[in-house]
Ligand binder design. Structure first.
Ligand SMILES: [Zn+2]
Length: 237
């Protein structure tokens, strides 16, 4: 086979590998970003739950203070029962006490509801914290795996690029420029195989029988008449 054609085939193999590695080098950091984003979301959910627990705690304290005030008010009103001068005043104080009792009952009910809510939230926060910790640890491990893979990809990329460039120097400048132009224009495939099916491996268009003969002789790089890629003959295994 023509030496330049062999070099082109090798170059295509290098460039295909480089393209795959470059795609990985772009994809892997995105995977790390996704891990961070998911963890940030989980953290936000946890913080929201904690904030709700804090608000409930504060509400409970306020209600308990309010209840103390109502209790003091009731004691005062009851003391006044002994100081009233007539029935009208007595009835008025009794009515006042009754209203205070209702206010107190309402306050106690609210406190009970808040206490139940607080207990539930304490459990929920504890569970959510445990879940988050597990998740955080998992994310750390996942990230380490991805970072290792990324380092490997970058190391391999450097090696393959060096090998590719040294191989590329074997081609005349103009042929290399043509190859690279086709590579860019044809989705990263500039060299295509033709097998027994007699179609271009790049565009699937049939190759004329005469061209097949020339391909088999492989005396010089030939271009596909349809897509313009370099062609080479490959015996079907
Ligand atoms: Zn073609």
């Amino acid at each position: 086979m023509d030496a330049q054609l062999v070099t082109l085939i090798d170059l295509q193999a290098f460039d295909t590998r480089i393209a795959a590695l470059e795609a990985e080098a772009v994809r892997l950091p995105k995977q790390i970003e996704a891990l961070h984003a998911a963890l940030a979301d989980a953290k936000k959910t946890l913080e929201t739950l904690k904030a709700k627990a804090d608000v409930t705690k504060k509400d409970l304290r306020t209600k308990e203070k309010d209840l103390d005030v109502v209790t003091a008010k009731r004691a005062k009103a009851e003391a006044r029962l002994w100081e009233v001068k007539n029935n009208t005043e007595y009835s008025a104080v009794l009515a006042e006490i009754e209203a205070i009792k209702q206010e107190k009952a309402k306050g106690e009910e609210e406190i009970l509801t808040l206490m139940e809510l607080q207990e539930r939230l304490v459990v929920e926060v504890r569970e959510a914290e445990a879940r988050f910790k597990t998740r955080e640890e998992q994310a750390r491990q996942d990230e380490a795996v991805v970072r290792k893979k990324l380092a490997e990809v970058e190391a391999e990329l450097a090696v393959v690029r060096t090998e590719r460039d040294s191989r590329a120097r074997e081609l005349p400048r103009s042929l290399l420029a043509d190859y690279e132009k086709i590579l860019r224009a044809r989705g990263g495939v500039a060299v295509a195989a033709v097998t027994g099916a007699a179609v271009c491996g790049g565009c699937r268009v049939s190759i004329r029988p005469q061209a097949i003969q020339e391909l088999k002789a492989a005396r010089a790089p030939m271009l596909c008449e349809s897509c313009g890629r370099y062609l080479y003959w490959q015996d079907s295994a």
